[in-house]
Design a protein around this ligand. Structure first.
Ligand SMILES: [Ca+2]
Length: 230
């Protein structure tokens, strides 16, 4: 009689521990994460970490690479190179853009930041834009004029209020350039970062849950074997 009630108690304690374990591993988590980073240190338009594409309609001959900065650099990235964009012959590149296609599936509170500098005859009225479908772009904030040096503070566009950008495979971000007054006037862009908050989840992480359950089962089994040996 005493043994049976003791076993029932052990079983109940075990089940309670299982419930606690599942609760512990399924607690909602909110983690800031980088979705895509371009540091331009390899002097090309390919994304350097994360995933995304960078496209531009600026004349290819005016799309260059020049000394970069550690302003807004992530994970210890070196200054290396930066993207350097010229006004072009007849300032043909006024009104043209660079566009970053970065899907945000599983993320919200999207923030875009980058370092920039410009020469006195480079683009001096640049508009940041976002797109929910990768086709139609919407102005965000007012046009900005790059400082003459990269400095230490990046431009930051916090898009948390644009909920359509959350969890969106077609999200895109654009800088529309204007105001260049010479062919060789430039803007440099470096350490372009798209980041967000990982969606909260209540789904237990399978590996963690299995490990915990496996450990608890072993303890329960050991206790049963010890009792049987008595
Ligand atoms: Ca760089």
């Amino acid at each position: 009689m005493f043994i049976n009630s003791n076993r029932r108690l052990t079983r109940r304690v075990f089940l309670n521990l299982v419930c606690l374990a599942l609760l512990a591993v399924s607690a909602p988590a909110a983690l800031a994460d980088e979705l895509a980073v371009w540091n331009f240190n390899d002097s090309n338009l390919s994304v350097d970490r994360g995933s995304g594409t960078l496209v531009s309609n600026i004349n290819v001959v005016n799309l260059l690479f020049a000394a970069g900065t550690t302003n807004n650099a992530r994970l210890g990235d070196a200054a290396g190179q930066s993207l350097s964009l010229q006004g072009g012959t007849g300032t043909a590149n006024n009104g043209r853009h660079i566009t970053f296609n970065v899907g945000t599936l599983g993320f919200s509170n999207i923030v875009v930041s980058f370092a920039t500098q410009g020469t006195s005859t480079g683009f001096n009225s640049n508009q940041f834009q976002y797109s929910l479908d990768g086709v139609t772009f919407v102005n965000f904030g007012t046009p900005y004029t790059p400082a003459s040096t990269f400095g230490s503070v990046p431009l930051v566009f916090s898009l948390a209020s644009i909920t359509g950008l959350n969890d969106n495979a077609n999200a895109a971000f654009r800088i529309l350039f204007n105001g260049a007054t010479s062919a060789t006037g430039t803007n440099r862009i470096d350490n372009f970062v798209v980041e967000g908050t990982a969606a909260a989840t209540n789904i237990p992480e399978p590996t963690t849950a299995i490990l915990l359950l496996s450990g608890l089962s072993s303890l329960y089994g050991l206790r049963k074997r010890r009792r049987a040996a008595k």
